[in-house]
Design a binder for this molecule. Structure first.
Ligand SMILES: [Zn+2]
Length: 190
C-alpha cells in the first residue's frame, strides 16, 4: 500500500531530526493545548500518519508523495494570536527547501496538511489546490475558493473539530456537484 512507505519515512526522518523544526513551544494556543517540544513533535507525527492513513485508504486521487515532500521541509510553529482573530492556522510554502506552518489552534493541522498534499512549486508560481499564486502571494487567483474546497476535503475525510470558511465550503460543494466529485478531487491534487 502506497501510504505505508510514507508513514515509515515520516518516522525515519523524524528520528534523524530532519522533518520537524519546531520553534515555539510552551505556548498556550486557542484550543488550550500547551505542548512541550517533544510532545509537540509526537503530536505532529501522529497526526501526519493519521492523515496519510486515512487519505491512502479512502481517497484514490490523494497525492501523498506531494504531501510528504512538502511536509519534509516544513517548520511547525505553535503561536498565540489575539482572541479577536478567527485565523486558526497558516501554511506558507516559501520554496522547495523551506515551508512554514503556524498553528493558532492545534486542530487546524489537518487543514494545513491538506494544503501540503495539494501544493506544487514551479518557478515563481505556487499552485495550492485551485489557487495559483505568483511570487509568494504577491498576486493570487482562486485563494478563497481553494480554502473552501480544502476545508470541504478535510471535513469529508478527517472529520475535524473546527469548521472554518463556511461560506466558501458551501460554494465549493455546489461547484463540485456540477463538475463531479472524482473530477474535482483529481483537479485539486494535480
Ligand atoms: Zn487554508
Amino acid at each position: 500500500m502506497r501510504g505505508e512507505n510514507i508513514i515509515k519515512n515520516i518516522k525515519d526522518k523524524r528520528n534523524k531530526n530532519e522533518v520537524f523544526n519546531l520553534t515555539s513551544t510552551n505556548v498556550v494556543i486557542k484550543d488550550n493545548i500547551k505542548l512541550e517540544i517533544d510532545k509537540l513533535k509526537k503530536e505532529v507525527e501522529k497526526n501526519a500518519k493519521r492523515f496519510v492513513n486515512i487519505l491512502s485508504n479512502n481517497c484514490s486521487s490523494a497525492n501523498l508523495e506531494k504531501f510528504f515532500n512538502n511536509f519534509s521541509v516544513t517548520e511547525f510553529n505553535l503561536e498565540h494570536i489575539g482572541e479577536k482573530s478567527d485565523v486558526i492556522g497558516v501554511y506558507l510554502p516559501w520554496n522547495l527547501k523551506k515551508q512554514i506552518v503556524y498553528l493558532y489552534c492545534f486542530s487546524a493541522i489537518d487543514h494545513e496538511f491538506m494544503h501540503m498534499a495539494s501544493t506544487d512549486l514551479i518557478g515563481n508560481y505556487t499552485c495550492i489546490g485551485f489557487c495559483i499564486t505568483y511570487k509568494n502571494f504577491k498576486r493570487s487567483i482562486g485563494r478563497y475558493f481553494n480554502e473552501g474546497y480544502t476545508q470541504l476535503m478535510v471535513e469529508r475525510y478527517l472529520k475535524p473539530k473546527n469548521h472554518s470558511y463556511r461560506t466558501f465550503v458551501v460554494i465549493a460543494r455546489e461547484i463540485e456537484e456540477l463538475i463531479g466529485k472524482d473530477k474535482m478531487e483529481n483537479l485539486f491534487f494535480y
